[in-house]
Write a protein that binds this ligand. Sequence first.
Ligand code: ZN
Length: 290
Amino acid sequence: MVATETARPRAVHPTYDGPPDGYDGACAICGREGHFERDRLSISESFRCPGCQGALRYQGQARGILRAVSRHGARSVAELAAQPGFGGLDIFEPGTLGPFRPLLRPVPGYVQSFFDPATPTGEVRDGLRCENLMDLTFADASFDLVITSDIFEHVRHPTRGFAEVFRVLRPGGWHVFTIPGRWPLRRRTVARVDVSGPGDVHWLPAVFHNHDHLVYNDFGRDLLDLLDGVGFVTETMLFASASPTTSAQVTFASMRPEDPPEPEPVPTGVEVGAEPVGAEPSRPRRRNRR
Ligand SMILES: [Zn+2]
């Protein structure tokens, strides 16, 4: 890393002291009914569930997960995780934070990971695998669901990261994710760091989340083009509630499409209703292979 040894403040969430802003509803994470109140300046970190403390960005993501993998009308991730059949899914959730983990850990195919550049990828420590999103150690088509919460802004080469998620998803599998920013995002992504060389060169003042996670990109709506290019079909889901403030919260639900059906084998030599193609007597067969 180059230059800018700036202070790395802890994530602090200044309080919101504007007019009351909230909604009554059910938590999409734990299922508890309650009042969800804006209490912080940051919208995505507000509207926390009185039960599980899941903030708006996780509430939106939970709805995205339900949209992606709920088959029987589950209204919370807790309910979903208890459904028969859900236990058969393979789920990858990089990182160690957030309210989904206690609910998903009992699922046998649930995998969490950490990233430490000094640890070989694939190595397991305290039950967690070291994984680099740009170079995952999983086999192709290993997962039905990948969940990332405000992680991809920290991936040095996000296209590589999204392509890796695509690779390890099964056809029909989903990547449900959040990144910072309110909808509509800026038009174009702002790269904060020059990553063209081996080391990071800061174009903009370094920003860190959770102490030491450098932000490489402030994503814009052109992220959708990037996802298209990788092969995903992506829905942007805005958070509907009685508080209009929440509608700027966006969750991305990207599906790896089912593989196209194998094309019907084209018969060689004979075309129906036409002269046999291989019948011209003047065309010699290749003879170099017997
Ligand atoms: Zn909750």
